[in-house]
Design a binder for this molecule. Structure first.
Ligand code: NAD
Length: 265
């Protein structure tokens, strides 16, 4: 399977290049970067520490998408919306790991999914997707006398908050309770907030150092507390998940799929 990596010189991009190169049956067919990137023209294998692969980083995303069976895209919301349109035109499987997508980008992705296979997940790891399923189950079992708080920590360079994973966990908790996350989420607290409102789903965001991604869902009741935690120590877990998603998407009917579909959980 021919797989291309968009945003190939990014933190995730380099991991994706390594994961595609290591995956049996997969060939790295292209690597794209934004116009003006210092990586343009360089061999992506050398950037990823793999030695010469014969794939130069290009800013012609159209050509990279056209030549690939699947693209792995961990870039920016604007770029991802544009790639979805192009992937739909070429029938290329589009694996989206980009987070912080706004309404317009989500709408562009929904539209593109009518014509091609799109697999989108705020987190591509097996462990986190299991955590999502557990969160939904525990939220359904406990009810509103247990307060739900979601705590996440990421490296100092992360640009969106709360993390896409924290929002996935919040969504799962809301679904478990049968409520709308938009109506019940509290994403920041400061100053004299008054007591906690029953049924709120709270988020707390920590940023610092090189932390790859820590998430804890807390269910705090009277006299007892349940905490479900996932700690990511290596970006390779997301990259391997993305390659698995691309392989799973090959030959499937057009549509918008989640990582839980890929993992069958
Ligand atoms: P990063 O800034 O290191 O990398 C993003 C790369 O995309 C950069 O190299 C940038 O130049 C490139 N890019 C931007 N616009 C482009 C364009 N138009 N064409 C080609 N390349 C373009 O960021 P990162 O830490 O690698 O994270 C990227 C995204 O992936 C973020 O949204 C992050 O939250 C998300 N992420 C998701 C998961 C997951 O499992 N879903 C895991 C980790 C990170």
């Amino acid at each position: 399977m021919k797989i291309a990596v968009m945003g190939a010189a990014g933190r995730m991009g380099l991991e994706l290049v390594r994961a595609v190169s290591a995956a049996p049956g997969c060939t790295l067919s292209g690597a794209s970067e934004r116009p003006g990137s210092a990586a343009l023209g360089k061999d992506v294998g050398e950037l990823a520490g793999l030695g010469h692969l014969g794939v130069a980083v290009s800013d012609n995303s159209e050509a990279v998408i056209a030549a690939a069976g699947a693209i792995l895209d961990f870039t920016s919301p604007e770029a991802t919306a544009d790639f979805a349109k192009r992937a739909a035109e070429h029938g290329t499987v589009h694996v989206i790991g980009t987070t912080g997508l706004d309404g317009a980008s989500e709408a562009a992705i929904q539209e593109a999914a009518k014509k091609t296979v799109i697999i989108k997940a705020g987190n591509m790891s097996l462990g986190v997707n299991l955590l999502v399923a557990l969160t939904r189950k525990v939220a359904a079992a406990l009810g509103e006398d247990f307060d739900i708080e979601i705590v996440e920590m990421h490296h100092r360079n992360k640009v969106d908050a709360p993390s896409g994973t924290a929002l996935m966990l919040g969504q799962a908790a809301a679904e478990g309770r049968g409520v709308s996350l938009t109506q019940r989420s509290v994403r920041a607290r400061d100053g004299h907030t008054g007591p906690r409102t029953v049924g709120d789903i709270g988020f707390a965001t920590l940023r610092g150092g090189s932390v790859v991604g820590d998430h804890t869902v807390i269910f705090a009741g009277d006299g007892e507390r349940i905490e479900l935690t996932h700690l990511a120590a290596d970006r390779g877990i997301f990259a391997r998940g993305a390659v698995k998603a691309a392989q799973w998407g090959k030959g499937r009917a057009p549509g918008l799929y989640a990582m839980t579909d890929v993992l069958g959980i």
